[in-house]
Design a protein around this ligand. Structure first.
Ligand code: CDP
Length: 225
């Protein structure tokens, strides 16, 4: 059995985590959601009110304990020993996460955790820079996209919110602002790897996307677990 590395990157709410979790279950792999680590650090910085100047921010970061704990085929993130739960995906955390994850020291911290946990293969890792920076030799790289409106609609549904035209366009604007920040930063920006397979999920259901990626994974040597 070959345990490959599958990197799934793409803009906000393009379906990376849901897809990655399902692909991991089909293949008997683990699912590493890198966004949760950035969200964990962001949550700590907010709750503890870390100063923004680089030296003091980095001191707080160095004092922070950040761990990945296996739960089934996924992981939970422990921040100073605590699982922040839904706080990781709250609108407040989402509004700050791009600014925190643009810091090189934050990226280094997350990079080493991801490589230590996923470097041996048998992993589906999703994020923004997985195929370009974290696992540049991954056997399969996917770049998942969907229209801004569809991503806005999906995010509202995820959060159990009402899906009106106005709410969709407001959510789409928030996602677009985060994508712009993630794409324009100098440290590991959101970027499609040259050897990635681009999958547009706007008109695909989740099952179709999963089947497509599993089939590509088989072509690259993965055996179904
Ligand atoms: O699920 P969603 O698309 O909202 O985002 P996420 O994967 O939870 O990532 C949240 C944020 O973390 C992104 O907007 C990026 O700012 C940052 N991130 C990153 O910089 N690099 C990654 N590999 C993953 C996430």
């Amino acid at each position: 059995m070959t345990d490959i590395i599958i990197a799934i990157d793409g803009p906000a709410a393009s379906g990376k985590s849901t897809t990655a979790a399902r692909v991991a279950r089909v293949l008997g792999y683990n699912h590493l959601n890198s966004g949760l680590l950035y969200r964990g650090i962001t949550w700590a910085a907010m709750v503890e009110d870390w100063p923004s100047d680089e030296t003091r921010f980095n001191r707080s970061l160095a004092d922070l304990s950040l761990e990945l704990e296996r739960v089934g085929s996924g992981y939970r993130v422990l921040v100073d020993g605590v699982d922040p739960g839904v706080n990781l995906v709250s609108p407040a955390t989402s509004a700050r996460v791009s600014e925190v994850s643009a810091r090189p020291e934050v990226r280094d911290r997350v990079l080493s955790l991801l490589r230590a946990e996923g470097g041996h293969g048998g992993v589906v890792c999703d994020g923004r820079d997985i195929g370009t920076v974290v696992f540049p030799t991954a056997e399969l790289k996917i770049f998942l996209i969907a229209s801004a409106e569809e991503r806005g609609r999906r995010r509202l549904l995820d959060h159990g919110l009402e899906v009106s035209d106005e709410a969709v366009s407001q959510e789409a604007a928030r996602l677009a602002a985060r994508d712009a920040a993630d794409s324009s930063r100098s440290a590991s920006p959101l970027r499609e790897a040259p050897d990635a397979v681009r999958v547009d999920t706007t008109e695909m259901d989740a099952g179709e996307v999963v089947r497509r990626i599993v089939s590509l994974a088989r072509d690259r040597g993965a055996t179904v677990g």
